[in-house]
Design a protein around this ligand. Structure first.
Ligand SMILES: O=C(O)CCC(=O)C(=O)O
Length: 262
């Protein structure tokens, strides 16, 4: 979406509905990506150094980790969590009332292996409804480096967000089912944002480069789904710094009092 007018937005939203995925190039400038990357790398290094750390969790596949991120600058900056272009797209997908419910990240270290093909969330009515619903939740991936075949750009199965499982399908894992379907790779430069329906089939893949490949993963849901965002906490200083429209996006998360008031 280069010309950010209404026609481009309609095309982008249609592409998202059709494929379950939307790449928005050049959302973040180089300085923002560099600031996020530097803060992220510091945090990851510090967290990996603590054996008891709860924040860094291994995920499926070797050398893939996820880490929840604190709502402090630059992760909490308005330009990161509520970039105007992203807000237009998110409003188009989720409606006016949506909340951020989860702030995570994924790193594939050199030597990482294939994950199993998976969805981040199943259909909102489980198997009770035999047809797909409109999107209720998305993850916004913010790559912190160029994503390439070499360093393990995420593999995705376009349009798989519309697949509704029957009872028979439940016994066959997605990795097996995906073998019959065409996949694509999320080859995007740093600065892009990728909006993905949480139901879309995807997996982490081998990173054959010498550098870690990281991305932020920020989840936004329709307001009625995320009446409480259990894993998020907003520091009081961040809450004070946010304008009202950003507070409203994070209104499902509790605000922590200032340290000196505790
Ligand atoms: O890092 C990636 O490319 C995908 C990671 C992922 O989907 C996961 O860990 O659940």
């Amino acid at each position: 979406m280069d010309r950010r007018d209404d026609a481009d937005l309609m095309t982008a939203l249609r592409t998202f509905r059709d494929s379950g995925l939307l790449v928005l190039p050049e959302v973040f400038d180089a300085a923002r990506v560099a600031a996020l990357r530097s803060a992220y790398d510091d945090l990851l290094r510090a967290e990996l150094g603590h054996d008891t750390s709860q924040r860094v969790q291994p995920t499926d596949g070797a050398k893939h980790v996820q880490m929840q991120l604190p709502l402090v600058p630059p992760f909490s900056d308005v330009e990161t969590v509520a970039h105007p272009l992203l807000l237009r797209v998110l409003t188009g997908i989720l409606g006016e009332d949506f909340h951020c419910s989860y702030y995570n990240s994924n790193t594939a270290f050199p030597g990482s292996t294939y994950q199993r093909v998976h969805r981040d969330a199943g259909p909102v009515f489980g198997t009770d409804l035999g047809v797909p619903t409109p999107t209720t939740a998305v993850v916004v991936n913010i790559p912190l480096c160029d994503f390439t075949r070499e360093n393990g750009s995420t593999e995705v199965w376009p349009a798989s967000h519309l697949i509704v499982d029957s009872a028979d399908d439940a016994d066959v894992d997605l990795t097996t089912r995906a073998e019959a379907l065409a996949s694509a790779r999320m080859d995007v430069p740093a600065g892009a944002a990728v909006v993905r329906d949480l139901r879309l089939w995807h997996r982490g893949v081998p990173n054959r480069s010498g550098e870690a490949r990281s991305m932020l993963a920020v989840v936004y849901q329709r307001g009625w789904l995320s009446w409480r965002a259990k894993s998020l906490r907003v520091p009081a200083a961040t809450w004070r710094a946010w304008p009202d429209h950003v507070r409203s996006i994070f209104s499902a998360a509790p605000v922590d009092p200032d340290q000196h008031q505790q």
